[in-house]
Design a protein around this ligand. Structure first.
Ligand code: ADP
Ligand code: MG
Length: 767
């Protein structure tokens, strides 16, 4: 061992090497050994040199009897006594300045005498590296374990995933293990609609490197999740792709919110109202389709510009006031105002402005919703118009009522005188003139009442042919000379139940419309027909019962109507004629009358050809009401019964008295219901007939009749009236079995009606 050659070899080795004899005594050390002891700053170390006992030194290393020291001691001993073939131990060694690691290797050198080579190799760099790796791996695991995203590594060579982080299990609802075992499985759980696209993107990424995909997966419980996956290539020095690493995260919430937002945006975009957002200075930020429709500007044209473009010049300060309130955080609702469209036309709108974005306590954006209220304004206008008509109607009805009383007197007396004058009396012609004018005035008041719909309906059995004939003269006057009126009357036409005045009104309204449709003249035809509507007709018009109908057809050769007009003609106030020309009430009245009698209307119209209205009324079997005997037949039906005459209008009462006296009746007279009741109470004999006005102060005709029916059962009742208002009509005065005489009445009509009622059954009002 003293061989200098051996010594110099030992000295070149970096490990600290010593040779110990069987007792552990150090016989040889190399250069590194010597340097180590000194470098360690261990003053004792320096003494652990040749001649020292290694066993003792080892035991003392790292403090007396430290674990490592003890182990080293035992290890060296075991090698020296042959019980261990070799002993290694890695241990840390604390110096004053640093911590280092060594590997102690003890190997037997020779069998006899027992000697061993003890070497300490400094393994600090390796240990440090290992520690670092361990730490970074730990950090990595800590990171991926807590990451909500899935971190994945893909190996394109094997097509497998060497690593997938545990978040996979939470998001996908499947174990990582299942993916390690079946790497292809990841595409199988992609939503079928997304799968092909994702596979394509992933394959492209293997060429291009970068991978980015949003897709849905289906969890084992069937739920969908939205995934956003990104992958980045890892290449070796020669640029070959060796790995794809990436992240995948669950973006379901974001996607749902996005979808929600998109839905909201679409709702706003397609809303009917103009929905706009803008800065408080009025610069438009967003502009929906509704705004484009309402104002005519496209979003491109107005975004970035001032909303004041829409304000009419006289409303420019309105905007500042509005914004001042919004700035304070106030929501300003439903302000009705005017705005201008792109083409300059004004549009009435209802505006609502709200603060929508508050930054650092300040409103920075305002939303403004405008609703087009043209239609509402229009309806308001129509409503006002209807109210006006209603008022005019009430007025007309009132006037007509008074007129009817006056006309009753004028016509009644003139008729009475005519009847008494000899035929050759020269005044007779004058009186005839007065009477005729009175009759015409009567027709006029009827029209006024029909218009105001306050007419007392007088339902009776009537014949259309007679009505057409009666009305023809007046119609000719109405339509003028350029229009030829032809009437074609079917003798087989059956009678119907209705109010003759109303049917005349219907004919008038239809003829006037026909006239208006033929400003250059033309042909107006009025026909009557007997019609049988059978079951097959009922099937297509369920509201019409099969049976016999009397039909009136009114045709013209005028302008005709297009489908849109036809669809609306029965609407009250619908008119195509200018302001002041049409009222839009004519066809509404026609419709009302026909429907009321259980009939129906058919319209055929062709533009530039003409129009036909066919009106069907249910026919009756009953014989016609005895028509009032024509003038000239002087015989007034007479009688001797007692009549209680109640009428508040003195002139009318006097006329009635005169007529009924001349017929031979006994009369009791009262000016109103109250007086009549008192009178009846004090009258002991029988009263056969109550002849009363309907509308009277204090006690009305109907109530009077009801009272008398109780005290005098069997009394006959005949009502007189110029009109009745809707309420009275609705409350049943209008029953067919109630006898009623419309003012103005002629003497003969009164006498006839009185006789009829006296001879007929008792009224039954009190039901
Ligand atoms: P008005 O005559 O006051 O306009 P109507 O209710 O009588 O009101 O009629 C409503 C509308 O129906 C008319 O404005 C017209 O457009 C249409 N109309 C009615 N009858 C005829 C017709 N015979 N020919 C063409 N149009 C008609
Ligand atoms: Mg009309």
């Amino acid at each position: 061992m003293d061989n200098p050659f051996t010594q110099s070899i030992l000295d070149t080795l970096p490990a600290h090497i010593a040779l110990v004899d069987e007792n552990g005594k150090i016989v040889v050390v190399n250069k590194a050994w010597k340097a180590f002891a000194v470098a360690n700053g261990n003053p004792k170390g320096a003494t652990v040199g040749v001649g020292a006992n290694y066993l003792d030194a080892a035991r003392l290393a790292n403090g007396p009897y430290s674990e490592e020291g003890a182990a080293a001691h035992a290890g060296v001993k075991a090698v020296l006594d042959g019980s261990l073939p070799q002993f290694t131990l890695e241990y840390p060694c604390h110096s004053l300045t640093e911590r280092r690691w060594f590997r102690l290797t003890v190997s037997p050198l020779e069998k006899t005498p027992r000697m061993a080579v003890v070497s300490h190799l400094d393994i600090t760099p390796r240990i440090r590296l290992e520690k670092r790796l361990e730490e970074s791996a730990e950090r990595f695991y800590e990171l991926v374990d807590h990451l909500h995203q899935v971190f994945w590594i893909y190996d394109p060579k094997t097509g497998g995933f060497p690593f997938i982080s545990p978040a996979y299990e939470t998001i996908w609802g499947r174990s990582c293990q299942s993916l390690y075992e079946n790497p292809q499985g990841w595409t199988e759980v992609i939503h079928p609609e997304d799968r092909a696209r994702v596979i394509r993107l992933f394959a492209q990424a293997m060429q291009a490197g970068h991978y980015d995909a949003e897709y849905r997966i289906v969890r084992p419980d069937g739920a969908y999740r939205w995934i956003w996956a990104r992958g980045y290539p890892v290449r070796d020095a020669s640029g070959v792709l060796t790995r794809q690493v990436g992240l995948a995260e669950d973006i379901t919430e974001r996607k749902t919110a996005e979808e929600e937002n998109a839905k909201m945006a679409a709702i706003i975009e397609y809303a009917d109202d103009a929905i706009v957002s803008m800065t408080l200075d009025g610069i438009v930020i967003s502009w929906n389709l509704g705004a484009e429709r309402l104002y005519g500007y496209t979003a491109e044209e107005i975004i970035g510009h001032s909303i004041l473009m829409l304000n009419p010049p006289d409303k420019s300060d309105e905007y500042a006031k509005l914004m001042a309130r919004v700035r304070k955080g106030e929501r300003v609702g439903a302000i009705e105002t005017l705005r201008l469209r792109k083409d300059g036309t004004p549009v009435p709108v209802s505006l609502t402005a709200s603060p929508i974005e508050i930054r650092a306590g300040k409103v920075t954006v305002a939303s403004k919703i405008s609703h087009d209220i043209t239609r509402i304004k229009h309806l308001e206008e129509q409503f006002r118009q209807a109210q006006k008509m209603e008022a005019v109607g009430t007025l007309a009805a009132g006037v007509a009522h008074d007129f009817n009383n006056l006309l009753t007197i004028i016509n009644g007396y003139s008729e009475l005188i005519i009847d008494e004058l000899p035929n050759e009396d020269p005044n007779r012609a004058y009186l005839m003139g007065i009477h005729e004018a009175g009759e015409r005035a009567g027709i006029l008041t009827r029209q006024l009442l029909a218009f105001s719909r306050k007419q007392m309906l007088e339902s009776k059995v009537l014949n259309f042919n007679a009505i057409v004939t009666d009305t023809e003269k007046m119609l000719r006057r109405l339509i003028g000379e350029d229009i030829v009126l032809t009437t074609i009357l079917d003798p087989a036409v059956r009678p119907v139940i209705g109010d003759p005045g109303q049917i005349q009104q219907v004919l008038m309204n239809l003829s006037v419309n026909a006239r208006d449709a033929m400003p250059q003249g033309g042909q107006l035809t009025i026909e009557t027909h007997h019609v049988t509507l059978d079951e097959s007709y009922h099937r297509t018009h369920p509201e019409i019962k099969p049976g016999q109908y009397a039909m009136i057809a009114v045709s013209d050769t005028g302008t005709g109507m297009d489908a849109a007009t036809q669809a609306r003609i029965f609407e009250p106030f619908f008119t195509t004629k200018g302001v002041g020309k049409g009222t839009g009430l004519g066809m509404a009245v026609v419709h009302g009358v026909v429907r009321q009698s259980g009939g129906m209307i058919e319209v055929y119209s062709e533009l530039e050809k003409g129009t036909v209205f066919k009106l069907y009324f249910p026919a009756v079997e009953a014989p016609l009401s005895a028509a009032a005997p024509s003038r000239g037949s002087r015989k007034m039906p007479a009688g001797t019964e007692t009549i209680l005459l109640v009428e508040d209008e003195d002139g009318v009462r006097a006329l009635a008295r005169k007529i009924l006296h001349s017929c031979g009746y006994h009369l009791l007279e009262a000016r109103d219901g109250k007086e009549a009741v008192t009178l009846a109470e004090g009258y002991e004999k029988r009263i056969h007939l109550l002849l009363t006005d309907v509308v009277m102060p204090l006690l009305g005709g109907r109530q009077l009749a009801e009272q008398l029916e109780i005290t005098r059962p069997g009394i006959r009742v005949l009502f007189l009236s110029g009109y009745t208002d809707d309420a009275v009509v609705r409350h049943g005065i209008l029953q067919a079995e109630v006898a009623f005489l419309q003012k103005p009445f002629s003497p003969i009509a009164l006498a006839q009606k009185v006789r009829d009622v006296l001879d007929g059954p008792a009224a039954q009002l009190g039901r």
